[in-house]
Structures are given as structure tokens and as C-alpha cells.
Design a protein around this ligand. Sequence first.
Ligand SMILES: NC(=O)c1ccc[n+]([C@@H]2O[C@H](COP(=O)([O-])OP(=O)(O)OC[C@H]3O[C@@H](n4cnc5c(N)ncnc54)[C@H](O)[C@@H]3O)[C@@H](O)[C@H]2O)c1
Length: 314
Amino acid sequence: MDGTKDWLKQRLPEEATCDILQKEMNKREQSSGFAIGVIGWGFVGQATGLGFGSSPKNKIFWYDKFKESQNTLEEVIKNSDFIFICVPTPIFENYSGMDMSIVEGVIGEVASKITGTHKILILKSTSLPGTIKKMSKKYPGVNFVMNPEFLTQKNANKDFLNPARTVIGVENKDLGFRIQELYKTILPKDQEYIITDPTSAEVIKYMSNLILASKIILANEFYFLSQKVGANYNDVSRAVEADPRIGTFLGVPGWDGDFGFGQACFPKDMVGILGLAKDLKVDMSALEAIWKKNLKVRKHRDWEEMPQAFKKQK
Ligand SMILES: NC(=O)c1ccc[n+]([C@@H]2O[C@H](COP(=O)([O-])OP(=O)(O)OC[C@H]3O[C@@H](n4cnc5c(N)ncnc54)[C@H](O)[C@@H]3O)[C@@H](O)[C@H]2O)c1
């Protein structure tokens, strides 16, 4: 019991009151497991469902509009205390920005059924900064959380259980604490949690992906320069990667044998944020140059063949 108290004290925000502490301790004592719902059973949804399901404490309910599902949407909503939205956020075919209509549609279906309840609606889909603010205004009385996912498609399930950090975007710190409790059932004891507001959590996801994408383009430029001057790019990249401030993944061409960056996430997040920057009149010309360079060096625009990344007009 004392151990639990110390544990909670360490993790609660400084301003936490004794009331919160007591409430959380009661919750922990009474807790007989967590009921978790997942909407959208793709890479992220399955990793989320299987990841939380790896603890016998947790019960998982899931629904996918286009797959034979374990549960109906109604069952997921009724049985779950934590409902994760893991549906696609593709870009428009004309590259003007990100289409948030699938996420917003799902929120619309769920919101009226959980308004005023203790249930929490958690957005894992990569969502444009401002989405949760907009949704909270539209659906007051719903507990919204932005919890961006950083897994890679190649190692989705493993990555989900080994995140570099867990970002929880909430307006109310108490809610953040509940999400942290949920993750504690499956993540290592020394896991880093970053509890912030929803908009910051949304920005964190884009900045992470787009710095990684930019790094790839800079590596491509040095690869071509190395070829021109007769440098050994393998040695160059290995030595540069040895600096922990820079990190790994400077290999050119990439694992798919192509130049620049492809697959679903980096291109679509790039187009999404550039579209938003244009709407908000924010100068992101450096990022824009990175994107233009990617379109120039990349041989195969593979993302255009991925429905989760690219919304083809019918
Ligand atoms: N794949 C990744 O590596 C990765 C990593 C981090 C974040 N993300 C983000 O997570 C989100 C989901 O990506 P994903 O790769 O899992 O996509 P995915 O296409 O693999 O899975 C999405 C699932 O949602 C289902 N779906 C579509 N519309 C639905 C609806 N209205 N109701 C219920 N289910 C619906 C689809 O049938 C599909 O099974 C995206 O926003 C993506 O940017 C993806």
C-alpha cells in the first residue's frame, strides 16, 4: 500500500491534490482490469488491441467498418471505458492537404453515446493540429485524448510495446493519469510519459515524422555529393550516424531500394502539415523544399497506391 502511494506520488503532476491521490488509489485498489475498445483494425488498431490484450488484466473489444469484426460498434462503445480511434487520415488526390473526414465521422458516431459519461475517446490516428480542440467544441461533455502513435508498419506490434516515449494530450491532468495507468499494464516501469495538451500532442507527431523525413532527404543529397567527389558514402553515413544527436537511418537508397521517402506516413503527414501551414499562412518553406526534393528524387510514389494514405476521387 505504501509502495503504491509512493509510486503514485512520483507520477502525479506537482499540483495534484490529496483528493486526486486518494481517488486514484481507490481506483487502483478496486481495479479489476481495463475495458478497451478499438475502432479501425489496421496496423495501428491491431497493434493497440493486441498490445493492450497482452496483459491479462485487459479486455479488448474491436470493430472495423470494412472487416469481419469481433464486435459491433455499439458493443465497443457500450463495453469499453477507453475507446481508441485508429482509422485512416489520407491525403487528397490533388495533394492539397489531409482528409480528416473519416476520423471526424467516427467521432460523430461515438460522441453522442458517451457524452457526460466517464468513458474516454482516444485519438491514435495522426490528426491535424487543432482537431481535438475543434471536436471538443463540437461535442462538449466528451472526454477527448490525443495519444499519437509512433510505431513503424514493419514492426507494428513490437514497436507498440516498446515506444521511445508515450505522449498523452489532455485538457485535464486527471484524464492523463488514467491513460498512464492503462499503459502501465503493458509498458516497462521506466517508460517515459509526456503529458501535455492535445494540440501539442498533435504537433509532436508531425514534427517527429517530418524531421525523420527531412533527414532522409539531406542524406540523399550527401549521397549524390559523395558520388560526385568520390567519397565512400557507407563510411560517411556510418561515421555521421555515430553522433547520437543525429541518430541512425542515413542509408541511401532506403530499404526499399528507392531514393527519398515513401510508404504511407511520411508523405501524407508532409502533405497534411503543408496544407495546414498554407491555410494558417505559416511559413514552412524549408519543409516545402524537402517535399519538392522528395518528389524529384523518388522513383516510385508508392503512397498513391495505399488507400490509407491517398484518397483517390471516385
Ligand atoms: N501504419 C503506421 O505505421 C502508422 C504509424 C503511426 C500512426 N499511424 C496513423 O494511424 C492511423 C491508421 O493508420 P493504419 O496504418 O493503421 O491504417 P490501416 O489502413 O492499416 O487501418 C485503418 C483501418 O480502419 C478501418 N476503417 C476505415 N474507415 C473506418 C470507419 N469509418 N470505421 C471503422 N473502421 C474504419 C479500415 O478498414 C482499416 O482496417 C492513420 O492516421 C495513420 O497516419 C499509422
